[in-house]
Ligand binder design. Structure first.
Ligand code: 6CS
Length: 355
């Protein structure tokens, strides 16, 4: 059993799987490429996958059919990663909030106050930085995955039962976080009681009061109906939600040079599309939330500089925790990201936080 399989079997309690290629073309029948996402239909990741499908199918001229599997059809995020590893699916989103258990270094995208407050700067780095891409490619390759891309899905927002403006307000608040150990440490340092759980269990967790709050971008709070089971929307401005897109190495190797180039080209083009889509979704869905629950308009808190500073102060320890979890290569990746963000900010001229 290869190391990743062993790791995931332990992690997920799943049986080892036999690697399996994408369905071969049968006469004129198109080859099927399967793309699994960690979000439901209508989400940012769905928009990404649907656009990928459209562009690939157009450019392949009928040779390829892309099937998109929304969250819930293939299990949790961990299950999706396992199926990508097995080549049962050929493309998947793999969010650091969950993938960090398998590739600790990727938790660099979870650090609070680490990337730029200017979304354009982050986009520029994720789209253009060759050293970052190379580093991530190497890390994913070690787990028999191929890193393709990373993008932001918008600013993280806390939904809470009580007003949270400072770390003191978090005392006794059970916050659901994604399953990365770094996030657990982060919310502990803020004074909350963090509870890791899969995305699919969050709504019932809030409804049954097993948890008091959770953190996700606005579009997700709307589409997963978390706004129905909260009293406050808190914009702390501490982090954006980043996801990554990955493929299977055996699948990629099986492609012709032209099809590989087509995939790389489409992935590159999607950076611009998804940036606009996530920004529009997050704006529009906030209005939908207010329409359904007008009270939340008054109970939206945008933390001021002094309040943010209290969280930022506590977040400083996250860097050391990250290095403890991700080791020397994680440290090098963080330093690389710092340099790339600083260089992009100089090049673009840093703007205002976009939350
Ligand atoms: O909170 C989560 O687990 C999920 N949130 C989003 C916005 N996308 C996927 C992720 O698994």
């Amino acid at each position: 059993m290869r190391p990743l399989t062993a790791c995931l079997v332990l992690l997920l309690g799943l049986c080892a799987c036999a690697p399996q290629a994408a369905a071969p073309a049968d006469g004129d029948a198109p080859v099927v490429w399967r793309f699994a996402i960690e979000e439901t239909a209508g989400s940012v990741q769905d928009a990404y996958a649907q656009r990928f499908k459209q562009l690939i199918e157009e450019r392949a001229g009928g040779r390829v059919k892309v099937i998109v599997y929304p969250y819930g059809t293939l299990g949790t995020s961990d299950h999706i990663t396992e199926q990508l590893y097995c080549n049962t699916i050929q493309f998947a989103t793999a969010s650091p909030g969950h993938l960090g258990k398998l590739i600790p270094e990727v938790q660099v995208f979870l650090l609070h106050y680490a990337l730029s407050s200017d979304e354009q700067v982050n986009k520029h780095v994720l789209q253009r930085s060759e050293p970052l891409r190379k580093a991530l490619r190497e890390l994913y390759a070690e787990k028999d995955l191929v890193y393709l891309s990373a993008f932001s899905e918008g600013w993280m927002v806390w939904t809470t039962r009580k007003a949270v403006r400072t770390p003191a307000d978090f005392a006794g608040v059970k916050m659901r976080v994604m399953t990365s150990p770094l996030l657990l440490a982060a919310y502990k340092s803020y004074g909350a009681s963090p509870t890791p759980m899969p995305y699919s269990e969050v709504y019932s967790g809030l409804q049954l009061r097993m948890i008091d709050g959770q953190v996700n971008p606005i579009f997700a709070i709307q589409e997963m109906s978390f706004y129905e089971v909260t009293d406050y929307l808190v914009f702390p401005g501490h982090a954006q939600f980043f996801t990554t897109v990955a493929t299977n190495p055996a699948f990629l190797d099986s492609l012709s040079a032209a099809d590989r180039a087509m995939v790389e080209q489409v992935i590159d083009e999607l950076h611009d599309d998804i940036f606009t889509i996530q920004r529009d979704f997050n704006r529009e869905r906030l209005e939908l939330i207010y329409k359904k629950r007008p009270k939340l308009r008054e109970q939206t808190l945008r933390l001021n500089a002094a309040e943010r500073a209290q969280f930022a102060e506590r977040a400083r320890a996250q860097r050391a925790k990250y290095v403890e979890l991700a080791g020397p290569r994680g440290k090098a990746l963080l330093e690389l990201l710092d340099r790339e963000i600083a260089a992009a900010a100089r090049e673009l001229g840093e703007g205002d936080a976009g939350d």
